[in-house]
Write a protein that binds this ligand. Structure first.
Ligand SMILES: Nc1ccnc(=O)[nH]1
Length: 159
């Protein structure tokens, strides 16, 4: 796994976006999109509760904005950073967008331990790598990256 300090900085930003989502009354998930030169071009937070939209995950919200603004050839060079591993739905969205790389902090297994059977987030047990492996184009995945703040943003929220 090749995680640089720059990656860690972008993950910390995604986690602060997740903190915002929580403050705004949504689930604590956030994502950012970074272009080939390392510049952050988009950020999106979960909007499931306030938007009354089950598909309003941080990553789907980001993908929707991203494909409206950037060409597939650009997105292939971009990296999506997310506070928690993309679920199967979001992995599908990332795949269809053609984003080239995904970096996540908290793993889905660790999230599942925190959410348990919470009806607000009955975490899917299907790692994003398994979804991407069924596709026809390569997506580089790096994670989990162990950052205390990635767990802290979920503390006391679920259950
Ligand atoms: N990785 C994620 C899991 C659940 N909800 C989100 O918005 N993001």
């Amino acid at each position: 796994m090749t995680i640089t300090d720059v990656d860690t900085d972008h993950l910390r930003t995604a986690i602060s976006v997740a903190r915002n989502a929580r403050v705004n009354g949504n689930h604590p998930f956030g994502a950012t999109l970074v272009d080939a030169s390392g510049l952050q071009v988009l950020a999106a937070e979960n909007s499931v509760v306030t938007g009354r939209d089950a598909t309003g995950h941080a990553e789907t919200n980001l993908v929707r904005q991203a494909t409206g603004r950037f060409a597939p050839s650009e997105l292939a060079e971009f990296t999506l950073y997310t506070s928690t591993e993309p679920c199967a739905m979001c992995a599908g969205a990332i795949y269809w967008a053609g984003i080239g790389r995904v970096v996540y902090a908290l793993g889905e297994d660790a999230l599942g331990e925190m959410t348990g059977a919470d009806p607000e987030n009955p975490t899917l047990s299907l790692p994003c790598r398994e979804v991407f492996a069924r596709g026809q184009r390569e997506i580089t995945v790096d994670g989990p990256v162990d950052l205390p703040e990635a767990r802290a943003v979920h503390a006391g929220f679920w259950g």
